[in-house]
Design a binder for this molecule. Structure first.
Ligand SMILES: [Zn+2]
Length: 77
């Protein structure tokens, strides 16, 4: 069994992450495939999202902002 790894960071990536990565998201270095037996001690890297991805998730979940000319609640007093 082989894993996609970054030898510089000593990280291994899940097959899903490896399918979307062209380079290491942490150091920018090239990724290689290595046999699992050579990766003892390599940490599994969790999927990484960019701030743009987070922004897209929030804007797709949150309701749209109210119209600027919506009626205001009556003021007390
Ligand atoms: Zn790296």
């Amino acid at each position: 069994m082989t894993h996609v790894t970054c030898p510089g960071c000593e990280l291994r990536f899940t097959p899903y992450a490896a399918a979307t990565l062209t380079h290491c998201p942490f150091c920018g270095g090239g990724l290689i495939e290595a046999d699992a037996s050579r990766l003892v001690g390599y940490q599994l890297a969790e999927p990484v999202v960019s701030l743009d991805d987070v922004h897209d998730v929030f804007t797709s979940v949150l309701p749209p902002p109210p119209p600027s000319h919506s009626p205001q609640p009556p003021s007390v007093g």
